[in-house]
Design a protein around this ligand. Structure first.
Ligand code: PLP
Length: 431
């Protein structure tokens, strides 16, 4: 089994977080997102403890809510003492509705609208992560007009090419995110930010990409950022006190993926941070990290009901499910890999090679191609694993398909966190 939270019971049913997935499908219908709350909390705890240990508590892990955003996850993150990274007014609104403390929120985005910035100032978010000079000026003016104030970090492109899919790579110079170091753009922005009246530059941010398995790019990024903090101090006299190192830790989608344990990333990065600080004679900054996928990815799976099974001789077998790109657009976007299990036949061998197809009017609407599952028939329940990140949050209503419900399982007991959309929900804004 892919991870320790997946088991098989005596009936041959797949268990996830102690809950029988076949029973969940029956009780709540399909497609269904299932989130394992115990695992989510366990990983948050691990990150918190790592910060405690590596930086003597002078830091905070922020959950990157774009990976999975609803009120319930915000409540859990608050309960775990995590911070939150939001990238839009909508994510911020969700967090505020869930009672999340705004001072532990950092507001990201490469093109925040004026309305969003006003809203975030009104909420009193802890930090804005400023992406560009247009934003810096607008924010400074808005804060002045509103007799307010904002703490900011500047988003820096550290110029590191992490080996991951090009759509989820963000740290290199040809990226739409942030200020470039090599060209002097970043230093110029720092100087402007230090002059700005209504914002305080507290530090820097970088995020080199997503689903990264090596430690080296993270170490390099930390070193590049601290070198820049040293250079800023030398040129301006200002010693920045905060450093956000972003997220991007890889997870296990299939048996081929071998992620480094997250506390090892944390310890190695911390060694680099400590040694750079002592070499450059800098005080240890407050460290933020922003894991998204690594907290929720393997903590989720999606359940479908199998419909038609279509064998095309000498070609392939299509197994159609009652969802697809509307609940999981990652295969059509990035050819992402997934493993699937027939949940009610989980003890049988996975010796049937199939293509799992969705129900949308797109030939590309597939979940996985040429993948082994158990021999199956219409009415069986299919579980697609590791769908907790960037599935629900990327879901759409294409073909006017209502979005599935989200069920959280804690200590084996399920509860609905997001109810299934109805047809009435689909037309509620139509005039
Ligand atoms: C997406 C993103 C993250 C989270 O990345 P994961 O790969 O999900 O850990 C963190 N920070 C920023 C700025 C991001 O854009």
């Amino acid at each position: 089994m892919l991870n320790e939270d997946l088991k098989i019971n005596q009936e041959g049913h797949l268990l996830f977080g102690g809950a029988d997935t076949v029973a969940l499908a029956k009780q709540y219908g399909t497609p269904l997102y299932v989130m394992n709350e115990n695992r989510i909390r366990k990983i948050c705890n691990m990150y918190k403890q790592s910060i405690e240990k590596c930086y003597h508590g002078n830091g905070l892990p922020l959950f990157a809510s774009k990976a999975f955003c609803c009120k319930e996850i915000c409540r859990i993150m608050n309960d775990e003492g995590m911070g939150l990274d939001v990238v839009s007014g909508g994510e911020l609104y969700t967090a505020m509705q869930a009672g999340f403390p705004p001072e532990r929120i950092q507001f990201h985005g490469n093109n925040k609208t004026t309305e969003e910035m006003k809203y975030a100032l009104t909420c009193g978010v802890g930090h804005f992560v400023v992406d560009n000079l247009t934003e810096l000026h607008t924010l400074d003016n808005l804060a002045g007009c509103m007799h307010g104030h904002a703490n900011i970090l500047l988003r820096i492109k550290p110029g590191i090419d992490a080996h991951t899919h090009k759509f989820i790579r963000t740290g290199q110079i040809d990226s739409k995110f942030g200020f470039a170091l090599e060209t002097g753009e970043a230093m110029a922005a720092v100087k402007e930010a230090l002059q700005a009246k209504n914002v305080t530059l507290t530090g820097l941010h970088c995020h080199i990409g997503s689903q990264i398995f090596e430690i080296q790019p993270f170490l390099l990024a930390a070193k590049v950022m601290l070198t820049f903090i040293r250079d800023i101090k030398a040129e301006t006299g200002a010693e920045l006190q905060e450093l956000n190192l972003g997220g991007g830790f890889g997870i296990k989608y299939t048996e081929q993926d071998q992620p480094v344990p997250y506390d090892q990333y944390m310890e190695q990065v911390s060694k680099t941070v400590h040694s750079c600080c002592s070499e450059y004679n800098l005080a240890l900054p407050k460290i933020y990290i922003e894991p998204g996928r690594s907290i929720v990815g393997e903590s989720g799976l999606t359940l479908y009901t199998i419909g038609a099974v279509k064998s095309i001789p000498n070609t392939r077998t299509y197994v159609s499910v009652d969802g697809g790109m509307t609940d999981n657009p990652r295969y059509i976007l990035y050819q992402s890999t997934y493993e699937a299990i027939v949940a009610n036949k989980a003890e049988k061998p996975r010796d049937y090679t199939v293509t799992i197809a969705g129900r949308c009017c797109e030939s590309g609407d597939l979940i996985q191609e040429h993948t082994p599952i158990q021999k199956c028939a219409p009415g069986d329940i299919l579980a697609v694993l590791s769908t907790g990140a960037y599935n629900y949050s990327m879901a759409s209503n294409y073909n006017r398909v209502p979005r599935p419900a989200v069920v959280f399982v804690k200590d084996g007991s399920p509860r609905v966190a997001v109810r299934r959309e109805s047809y009435a929900d689909l037309v509620q804004n139509d005039l």
